[in-house]
Ligand binder design. Sequence first.
Ligand code: GDP
Ligand code: MG
Length: 440
Amino acid sequence: ALADKLDDAWKKLRGQDKISKANIQDTLKEVRRALLSADVNLQVVKAFIADVEKKALGEGVISGVNPGQQFIKIVYDELVKVMGESNVPLANANEPPTVILMAGLQGTGKTTATAKLALYLRKQERSCLMVGTDIYRPAAIDQLLTLGNQIDVPVFEMGTDADPVEIARQGIAKAKELGVDTVIVDTAGRLQIDDDMMGELSRIKDTIEPDDTLLVVDAMTGQEAANLTYAFHEQIGITGAILTKLDGDSRGGAALSVRQISGQPIKFVGVGEKVEALEPFYPDRLASRILNMGDVLTLVEKAQEEFDLADVEKMQSKIMEAKFDFNDFIKQMRLLKNMGSLGGVLKLIPGMGKISGADLAKGETQLKRTESMINSMTKAEKADPDLLAQSPSRRRRVAKGSGFEEKDISKLVKDFTKMRSMMQNMGQGMPGMGMPGMGM
Ligand code: GDP
Ligand code: MG
């Protein structure tokens, strides 16, 4: 089609037909800044970006999206892929009990996560026993007992004088005796990595041979998450992680560090102090949060989902040939709707942030009005807007059917015709833009 040819020529002229180092330079910087400010470790950022850049360079630019935007989309996809690649559920041993070992620094949320997991499993009809091996802080055992009470899950403990390794061993025996499905062993942490903690953890692990060893990482840990993960994985060997305190300000970059350094999946995220505040890990949600250029990103993402290339091209040639009718129009409106509320979509467009809530509400109402008018048209009228332009009686019928006045229908038809010739003059345009009835 002519539109495609023009489009191609235009891109070539500006050298934007392929993603190149030059045309994504600014975006690259932005992505790097976003990752760093989300507390992804510097080394991880460098490696990740180099990797994505290599994949993106030379890729053809999708019509209607600039290379920078497309690059962000590639970064996003890669981020989701990297973090979700081996999205493994919690271990579930063939022969119960499944043994889960919790590891991590002090204060990261191990004990809380132990109870959260127990509750989560209980809701899936998996019975649990929680084992308290933190003998260093008397309050730690009490904390576990209180939580156990609260969620109605038994706790095994031997006070603060017993040896943690022995407590863990007897805890497993107890779990077998009780016939529970899963036993979760909570452990003591230290404020920072030290040999005592690692030694003890390592002995516990050798003794109970867990099916899952979960590193509990506070999302607020920031850059340090990488070192932390490295140390625990190197010395203990983890099979997954729980990222806690994601309800805070943190953008969750620690997730990428943990994933890249250990190669192990994030299995859950903690989103609050309450025992219910545990969610399975959704890589796409976290990728958006980490990039937090949310705006452009979400728009590109949604646009790509909704406007598949073929459809856009078909629409463009229809516009060129003046065949764009009310059916196409309603299709475009539905696309817009699928993309979220109009307000949501407009807010994503750079520079549109200043539109007031009242304006947006008005736009949405207008769209709904327009849609109900079109719904009252006959098949023939939808396919040929001129029928309505020429016949007052048709307009009156549509008005009656949709609960509007004839002048409203006249205005819609007039606006539509105007828009169609405008679109034709532009040759091409983002479908859905400049629609009548949007009131702005
Ligand atoms: P532990 O030392 O690793 O066992 O950590 P705790 O389980 O005792 O938790 C330390 C503190 O973090 C407590 O005040 C918890 O309530 C809090 N905490 C744990 N997980 C979360 C979470 O996901 N969100 C928030 N906001 N607080 C959490
Ligand atoms: Mg604890």
